[in-house]
Design a protein around this ligand. Sequence first.
Ligand SMILES: C[S@@+](CC[C@H](N)C(=O)[O-])C[C@H]1O[C@@H](n2cnc3c(N)ncnc32)[C@H](O)[C@@H]1O
Length: 259
Amino acid sequence: MTGAPSATPGAGDARPRYRTQPVSFVRRSGRLAPRQQRAWDAYRDRYVVDVPRDVARTSVDPDHVLDVAATFGRDARLVVEIGSGQGEAVVAAAEREPGTDFLAVEVYAPGLAQTVLRASQRDLTNVRLVQANAAEVLATTLPAGSVDELWVFFPDPWHKSRHHKRRLVTPSFAALAERVLRAPGEGDDGRPGGTLRLATDWAEYAEQMLEVLDAAPGLRNVHGPGNAAPRFEGRVLTGFERKGEAAGRVITDLEYVRV
Ligand SMILES: C[S@@+](CC[C@H](N)C(=O)[O-])C[C@H]1O[C@@H](n2cnc3c(N)ncnc32)[C@H](O)[C@@H]1O
């Protein structure tokens, strides 16, 4: 893996521009395998949401707000997965729950193409993908309160301490999660707020997640402060998790609700 966040033209602009902050990913080769390329060419228009860009290929124009109902052609529960990788979790969940809409946010082109391939093989109608930096999508693209569940499974741990600033789950991420998750209903509509689910195979990152998210005023740890959640049964075993287990790492799940 090589590369670094690009310099940000227009950094003096008053609009939020996340390229002024370290990003949680690096640019990797975007080469698609032949079957990924074929799926991408055939089904890109069906599954990939075109978002207007800002300064970089993975940035989004902060003035653009996604019309979620128009994107899926209906009003339904919305689950957003950040860093969906090869799409194993999001596609399995979408197949299992046809009444829910799933938006996968990922920067890595071969992962997106693999997700398109999986979704098209199952002829799914309730999955869409956005190729963008998730922090920006949470900050401006998704309408506030539009998300029923937000998933972050195995975000890059950035295990060297000099790279910790690149980690996705920080206090500013917590504020973005609070922004997009549905607030609890009031009065007769006393529905609980939206849910944030995370998983990691990096014990020290799990501690950081607990510390940061337990302190977030708009989130409540469903299992009590400092406590992990049982394994989320809606999360299929991905290749990434399998590798973590094979290396002897313990998997930690976390679950928060918007309050
Ligand atoms: C370690 S992988 C895990 C993938 C998948 N969730 C799984 O469990 O197999 C982390 C993924 O997050 C993506 N990612 C990292 N930072 C991101 C960001 N800011 N926006 C969107 N995707 C991001 C990476 O490209 C990578 O595919």
